[in-house]
Structures are given as structure tokens and as C-alpha cells.
Design a protein around this ligand. Structure first.
Ligand code: XMP
Ligand code: MG
Length: 184
């Protein structure tokens, strides 16, 4: 598939599966089962986080529920500006719930820090983040992200939910996009 567009495979399907299982075990251990706050509430950011979210939820050894938000961050197609607009908000109130944001990738961290601030105002019982991927620039932000699947180099990646111009999300692995595809 996508012959010639992927310069190399950065993270294989098997590595993703393994790491997701580890994260799910570690994270689940921190949440009480049968708590009065209800099941852990996973909030996924459309569309990139969908693949990680569904695999993560199935790997979690505790019950969880899922909600989705869609945001658009103004900027070019390969970087974000930090100016965020909600395209689809949550359908449910999260007050008093244990919330875990499930992210595909943190780059500048601007999208995430905006989202954390926004969700905190809705008074969840707790608010944490798990991200599959993190790029080097993310160390500059003040958001404390404890759970990271993989730290990756500062290159544009696609697959497993991540797109370039809406393509490549359906690849089962994370690959480096050949710079020729985006005219780099
Ligand atoms: P910030 O900079 O706000 O960006 O942390 C997070 C969002 O930027 C997108 N992004 C990427 N998307 N391959 C992608 O397909 C990448 O290498 C990449 N780096 C950043 C993504 O939408 C993410 O949610
Ligand atoms: Mg995108």
C-alpha cells in the first residue's frame, strides 16, 4: 500500500501492540475499580487518536467509556499554531469523572495544553494524558505527560491514525513520510 510514499517504518505494528499493552496495565493500576466517580472516561481527539484509543481501550484491564472531541488548530498542515477551535464538543458532562485524554502525538504541545485548560474548567475528578507518540519540542511545554508510548525524532510521521492530507491513517504501523510527498 502507498508504494514509495513511506521512506521507512519507524514503529512496527508489533511494537505498537506491545507498548499499548504495557501502558494499559500501568495506567489501569492507578484507577480504582467500582469507584463512585464511575468508569474511567477516555477522551479521544478526532481523528488521529482513534486507532490508538480503540486498541488502548481493549488492552485496559478495567472498564472504560469513550467520548470524542474534534478540534482544529490553525496553522499549516504539518504544524500547529496553538489557536484551537472546537469542531465537535463532548456530548456529556465530565464533572466528577476520572478523565484520561488519549492522544496520538504531542509535537509543540500547544493543542494539548489548550485542551487540558479547557477540560479542567469542567471540573473532572482527575485529568491525565496518555499519548502514543511525543516529539522533542514537547519538552518545552508545562503539561506534565507521564505516559508516553514512544519518543520519536522531529520528523513527520504517518500511519496508525496519523495523516498527511487525510491519507495514510489506515496504515497499521508508524512510518516516515518520504519528503517528496509533501514537497520537502
Ligand atoms: P501540537 O504541536 O499542538 O500538535 O502538539 C499536535 C497535532 O499536530 C499534528 N501533528 C502531526 N500529525 N504527523 C501527523 O500526522 C506528525 O508527524 C505530526 N506532528 C504533529 C497532529 O494532528 C497532532 O494532534
Ligand atoms: Mg492531521
Amino acid at each position: 500500500m502507498y508504494e514509495g510514499d513511506i521512506a521507512s517504518v519507524l514503529i512496527t505494528e508489533e511494537q505498537i501492540r506491545q507498548r499499548t499493552a504495557e501502558l494499559a496495565e500501568e495506567i489501569a493500576a492507578r484507577y480504582p475499580v467500582g469507584a463512585p466517580e464511575g468508569d474511567l472516561l477516555l477522551i479521544g481527539v478526532l481523528k488521529g487518536a482513534v486507532f490508538f484509543m480503540t486498541d488502548f481501550a481493549r488492552a485496559l484491564p478495567i472498564p472504560s467509556q469513550m467520548e470524542f472531541m474534534a478540534v482544529s488548530s490553525y496553522g499549516s498542515s504539518t504544524s500547529s499554531s496553538g489557536v484551537v477551535r472546537i469542531l465537535k464538543d463532548l456530548d456529556k458532562d465530565i464533572a466528577g469523572r476520572h478523565v484520561l485524554i488519549v492522544e496520538d502525538i504531542i509535537d509543540s504541545g500547544l493543542t494539548l495544553s489548550w485542551l487540558m485548560r479547557n477540560l479542567k474548567t469542567r471540573n473532572p475528578a482527575s485529568l491525565e494524558v496518555v499519548t502514543l507518540l511525543r516529539k522533542p519540542d514537547a519538552v518545552k511545554i508545562d503539561v506534565d505527560v507521564r505516559d508516553v508510548g514512544f519518543d520519536i525524532p522531529n520528523e513527520f510521521v504517518v500511519g496508525y491514525g496519523l495523516d498527511y492530507a487525510e491519507r495514510y491513517r489506515d496504515l497499521p504501523y508508524i512510518g516516515l513520510l518520504d519528503p517528496e510527498v509533501y514537497g520537502g
